[in-house]
Design a binder for this molecule. Structure first.
Ligand SMILES: Cc1cc2nc3c(=O)[nH]c(=O)nc-3n(C[C@H](O)[C@H](O)[C@H](O)COP(=O)(O)O)c2cc1C
Length: 437
């Protein structure tokens, strides 16, 4: 249905809207369910609320957390969330998404260590528990901009993105490069453990490099074509991360189970054509993660924030007029997650994309945990806007509508402009001047 901005005054308004749209959203007022701890491998997450990874693009030139980075994580530490999934952190210089993207190396390790220590200490003082903290390891692939200008490194040329200007052949990464990268992810996971993180995410989402390989149907060689080849970089990187870390360390992944682009350029769609979600390959992959690799938890997401942000993060404003009703976008996310989790229920799952529902987002979180669609609820933009969100949701009366994210898209806009990212509306003292400039 056509785009309609957020206008709901009650949970019933949202229920009526979903009925009108013919979609379903798990909504429950049983917020207490979010207080239950969750065991994940050898870890216990103190509650069911997670902060999703969100880049602030505000590190130092050599990739250490800087003043604004530390400010963000200090706010997250005070939020009351049981799990903090730290943002995209590069594993190689050429794969940095911007000159201020975090970059974990033996040289920058001490700064990450200090940041993780501060998160744990601050949370313990303010909430009485230490959250689980995960490091998101990434290679930005086609979105690499280590010096501030695009320097794409791709798995294959994709005419849907490149249109009639294909990327130069020397920027298509060789099989040897990808094989070496598998080792680099192992070394980076060891660094993440040395930094004090509880786990490392081998990031495979949002069409950055690892995610792009999943749809490399047209790529020749060892990393393209068959399912086995397209998942090689991902699965070997996970294996290397597991081998390089202790058995208590959580090797996990933020995984795109659906890209929203047709075959042969998208993962999670049918080879017969069309844009509908086809769970066949995502379920096959997730089964391998659980049954062969013993992974206890994944963080599920869909879409590409650069090309189809309405799929990845439904919003009321964006770089183009959304081609659908944003509530349909939220419902698609939960439908995809549900279908994969149902097929592999032993693998615990964090859900994404709650923020669009603003003050009603806690009911989506509670509903998805209560119905078993997910085991934890992950909040992205909300955490930028509303630093106490988890505390209010778990121990207060739910969300204060005057403090929530309003899905205005300005945090993403800042990021696209190559600036530092944060909430322009609710954290205006810091981010409004940057946005205006
Ligand atoms: C400014 C910004 C930066 C983001 N950076 C990351 C990132 O580093 N890694 C990642 O996996 N997702 C990233 N995301 C996506 C979020 O984690 C989340 O999936 C998305 O915002 C949808 O969830 P929400 O509706 O709760 O905001 C980012 C989103 C925004 C708005």
């Amino acid at each position: 249905m056509e785009f309609t901005p957020f206008h709901y005054k009650s949970l019933d308004d949202i229920r009526q809207e979903t009925e009108k749209l013919g979609v379903s959203l798990p909504l429950s007022e049983n917020l207490d369910i979010l207080k239950n701890p969750l065991s994940v491998g050898s870890l216990t997450v103190p509650n069911r609320v997670a902060i999703q990874p969100m880049e602030g693009c505000d590190g130092t030139a050599d990739g250490r957390p800087d003043e604004l980075t530390l400010r963000r994580y200090d706010r997250f530490a005070r939020s009351g969330a049981g799990l903090i999934w730290e943002e995209a952190t590069a594993v190689v210089e050429e794969g940095r998404a911007n000159p201020r993207q975090l970059y974990l190396t033996p040289e920058t390790l001490d700064s990450f260590k200090a940041m993780v220590e501060n998160i744990k200490k601050t949370a313990l003082e303010t909430s009485g528990f230490e959250p689980v903290v995960i490091c998101q390891l990434t290679h930005s692939g086609r979105y690499s901009k280590p010096t501030g200008t695009p320097a794409p490194l791709i798995a294959y040329n994709n005419p849907l993105f490149e249109k009639d200007a294909p990327i130069a052949p020397e920027r298509i990464l060789s099989d040897d490069y990808l094989e070496k990268l598998e080792e680099t992810f192992g070394k980076a996971a060891a660094l993440a453990e040395a930094a004090g993180f509880d786990g490392a995410d081998i990031k495979c989402c949002h069409r950055y490099l690892m995610c792009e390989t999943l749809s490399g149907y047209t790529r020749p060689g060892r990393y393209g074509g068959s399912f086995e080849n397209r998942t090689r970089l991902y699965l070997n990187s996970i294996r290397n991360a597991q081998a390089a870390t202790s058995s208590d360390f959580l090797v996990t992944s933020r995984l795109n189970i659906y890209d929203g682009f047709p075959y042969p350029y998208g993962f999670g769609v049918s080879p017969e054509g069309g844009l509908a979600f086809d769970p066949e390959e995502p379920v096959r992959l997730v089964k391998i993660l659980r049954e062969e690799l013993g992974m206890p938890l994944i963080d599920i997401t869909i879409g590409n924030p650069y090309v189809n942000p309405h799929v990845n993060r439904p919003a009321d404003h964006g770089p183009y007029a959304p081609p659908e009703h944003p509530v349909e976008g939220v419902a698609r996310m939960f439908d995809c997650i549900s279908r994969v989790h149902q097929a592999v229920p032993e693998l615990k799952v964090i859900s994404s994309s709650h923020s669009y529902l603003r003050q009603f987002a806690p009911y989506l979180a509670a509903g998805s945990v209560e119905s078993g669609i997910a085991d934890m609820a992950g909040f992205g933009r909300m955490a930028f806007a509303y630093p106490d969100f988890a505390r209010d949701m778990l121990y207060g009366d739910g969300f204060d509508a005057k403090k929530t994210c309003i899905a205005c898209g300005k945090c993403s806009e800042l990021m696209r402009m190559g600036k530092v990212a944060g909430c322009v509306v609710r954290d205006s003292a810091v981010y409004l001047p940057i946005y205006k400039a």
